[in-house]
Structures are given as structure tokens and as C-alpha cells.
Ligand binder design. Structure first.
Ligand code: NAD
Length: 350
């Protein structure tokens, strides 16, 4: 097992250090090698995704990433912006499936803006298609037609693109509560009528998983009204972009949310859902749990080691139950800790 570790910018190096300590403590014989991505890579080499990083990422079984970006690179030419590195690695590795769990640990129910009884114990997984849909469709542009400006984009999916993301969702559901809700807008968009047809066909291949369908507008409402009805939600790139952010905000604690982006062979890029938090970088106060939980997802999805993934997740639950909190999830009466101490607590719980 070989992992390419990319700490990145801002709080990236601090939070990655804790995830690496946790992986080492499990003693699974994982080989880890570090490289540069994002603003730090621009400063050192002129490129946000340098050749050496590309080689390492391509050769590895999985990539563990902190975060990239920061205000000092915001005015760089487009090719030298940190986000370019992120788009570059996602594209090069063919990562078409984005998995974002939204879990609200009962101990953190007050962090949500929703009533605790609506969200306490929430555990849903949003599976978003990442390389197709209207975000990539051609033709696209802004032109002048009949004397006025005219903007247009094209939404399209092939049935094979739909089938492969549906299969990821069904396989993920098999590791959870065996329910998939496929989200579309088939009443208006032909492209998503095809989505629904292929979802039904793919559902027949997975009779042990319950399949339901929901229109995207209703899905947005149901996520706020009664989010615990969902197990796995699967949808296209644009709807998934919006719904996955909505779902993550149900939990109110961005420092807790991991993510995975997978290719067709379960090779994956694992990273916290949050950014590089330049406002707290270098202060030792960032919450490392989203990154530690991303490492758990890596063990589950790329290395099929459910037991090791479960050990990490169990340790995180334990430190929350023990009352350890970084600043972002702190409540009076709890024990406030920094990044390193939170890592120590997880190691002790392991
Ligand atoms: P952000 O997620 O970095 O920060 C938003 C707020 O949440 C900040 O107040 C920050 O302090 C806090 N926060 C985030 N992660 C935290 C953690 N682990 N512990 C405690 N608090 C945490 O989003 P932003 O401020 O919009 O973006 C900052 C930079 O990150 C930008 O340059 C942006 O482009 C980049 N970014 C990178 C990624 C990525 O690498 N995947 C994703 C989003 C944003």
C-alpha cells in the first residue's frame, strides 16, 4: 500500500501531520511519501502541480491531501493558482466519483443551525458525479445573437457515465444501510430522464439495495426537513455540487467532514471538505478530525480495510464523548485542545 501525501497550504501541513500519525499508529505497513501541491508548489517550482508530484500521485494507490490556497496566490496568473493544481490532479487521475459523508455526532448536535432532534445522529453519504454534466458539456459560451448577448451551456450524460456513478453509490450503500436515493429533474430535463432510466436498470443489478428517486427541488427541501430519511444520495455534477454543500452544512461543523474522490478502480484522493483556513494557519488550533476521517475513508474505499477504518472512526467518536474539542466545535464545559493535542487524544483512543 502506497500513499502520496500532499500537505498543501495553510493549515494543510498541521492537519495532515495528525492523520499521518494515526495511520502510522495502525501499523498497516503503509508506505507514505510527501510531495507538493498548490501554492507551496507554485512558490518552489512555478507550477501548482509539478512533475515530481504527478509521478508520485500516479504511482500511488491513494492520495491524502490537506488543502490548497491562500490570499497570497489569489492574484497569480490563472495557470499559477493553487486551485489549478487541484483541478489538474483530479482530472489526471480520472476521479469521477465524489463521496461526501455528512455525519453529525450526537455530541455536536448544537453546532447545527437546525433543531437537534432533526439532525442528531445524522449519517448520510452524498455521491456526486464529478467529471460530466453541464459543467463540462460543449457547446458552451456567450455570444451575440439577434443583437443581444446570449449565454448557453449543454447538459449531457452518456449511459455509461451514469451507470458507473450509480454503481459506486450502490456499492457504498452495501457498506451502510442499503438505501440509495437517486436525485434528478426528469420532469423537465431529458438528460435526467436518461439518468432515471439508467438508475432503474442499475438498481436491478443490486436487488439487495432499496432504490428510490427524488426530484432535485424536493431533495433540497427534504434535506432540511427530514435529513435522516436518507442513507446514500446519488446525483449528477451540478445538483451534487449544491446538495453536498447543503448536506455538509446540516452538521454545522466543517472541521469534521471528510471526502473521497474515486476513479474506476477505487484509487482515490482523500481530503477534508474544508479549505486551507489561512485565518488560523500556523496557530496549532485547526481541527484535524476531518483529515483523520479522510484517512479512514481511504482505508475503507481504496484498501477495503473496513476494520481499520472503523477503528479510526471509533476513536474519533470516543474523543468527542470524552469532551475534547478544537476551537471550531468548542462549547462551554468541554476541554479545549489544539491540533496536536486532538491528534494525541485520537492516538490514545486508538
Ligand atoms: P475554509 O474552509 O478554508 O475556511 C472557512 C472557515 O472555516 C474559516 O473561518 C476557517 O478558519 C474555518 N475552518 C476551516 N477548516 C477548519 C478546521 N479544520 N479547523 C478549524 N476551523 C476551520 O474556506 P475559505 O476561507 O473560503 O477558503 C480559504 C482558502 O482555502 C482559499 O484560498 C480557498 O480557495 C481554499 N479552499 C481550498 C479547498 C481545497 O483545498 N479543497 C477547498 C475550499 C477552499
Amino acid at each position: 500500500m502506497k500513499i502520496c501525501v500532499l500537505p498543501g497550504d495553510g493549515i494543510g501541513p498541521e492537519i495532515i501531520a495528525e492523520a499521518v500519525r494515526v495511520l502510522k499508529a495502525l501499523d498497516l505497513g503503509i508506505e507514505m511519501e510527501e510531495a507538493m501541491l498548490g501554492g507551496c508548489a507554485v512558490d518552489a517550482t512555478g507550477s501548482p502541480y509539478p512533475d515530481a508530484t504527478q509521478k508520485l500521485a500516479q504511482a500511488a494507490d491513494a492520495v491524502l491531501l490537506g488543502a490548497v490556497g491562500g490570499p497570497q496566490w489569489d492574484n497569480n496568473p490563472r495557470e499559477q493558482r493553487p486551485e489549478r493544481g487541484l483541478l489538474g490532479i483530479r482530472k489526471q487521475l480520472g476521479l469521477f466519483a465524489n463521496l461526501r459523508p455528512a455525519i453529525l455526532y450526537p455530541e455536536l448536535a448544537n453546532a447545527s443551525t437546525l433543531k437537534p432532534e432533526v439532525v442528531a445522529g445524522l449519517d448520510i453519504l452524498i455521491v456526486r458525479e464529478l467529471t460530466g454534466d453541464i459543467y463540462f458539456g460543449q457547446p458552451r459560451g456567450i455570444e451575440t445573437r439577434n443583437g443581444e448577448r446570449f449565454g448557453f451551456n449543454t447538459m449531457h450524460y452518456t449511459e455509461s457515465e451514469i451507470r458507473r456513478i450509480l454503481r459506486v453509490a450502490f456499492e457504498a450503500a452495501r457498506k451502510r444501510n442499503r438505501k440509495v436515493c437517486s436525485v434528478d429533474k426528469m420532469n423537465v430535463l431529458e438528460c435526467t430522464q436518461l439518468w432515471r432510466d439508467v438508475a432503474i436498470e442499475t438498481g436491478r443489478e443490486h436487488p439487495d439495495v432499496e432504490l428510490s428517486h427524488m426530484l432535485v427541488d424536493n431533495a433540497a427541501m427534504q434535506l432540511v426537513k427530514n435529513p435522516k430519511q436518507f442513507d446514500v444520495m446519488v446525483t449528477g455534477n451540478m445538483f451534487g455540487d449544491i446538495l453536498s454543500d447543503e448536506a455538509s452544512m446540516l452538521t454545522g461543523s466543517i472541521g469534521m467532514l471528510p471526502s473521497a474522490s474515486l476513479d474506476a478502480n477505487n484509487k482515490g484522493l482523500y481530503e477534508p471538505s474544508h479549505g486551507s483556513a489561512p485565518d488560523i494557519a500556523g496557530k496549532g488550533v485547526a481541527n484535524p478530525l476531518a483529515t483523520i476521517l479522510s484517512a479512514a475513508m481511504m482505508l475503507r474505499y481504496t484498501f477495503a480495510d473496513e476494520a481499520a477504518a472503523g477503528r479510526i472512526e471509533g476513536a474519533v467518536k470516543k474523543v468527542l464523548a470524552q469532551g475534547f474539542r478544537t476551537g471550531d466545535i468548542y462549547e462551554p464545559g468541554m476541554t479545549k485542545v489544539g491540533t496536536r493535542e486532538m491528534g494525541d487524544a485520537v492516538l490514545a483512543a486508538l
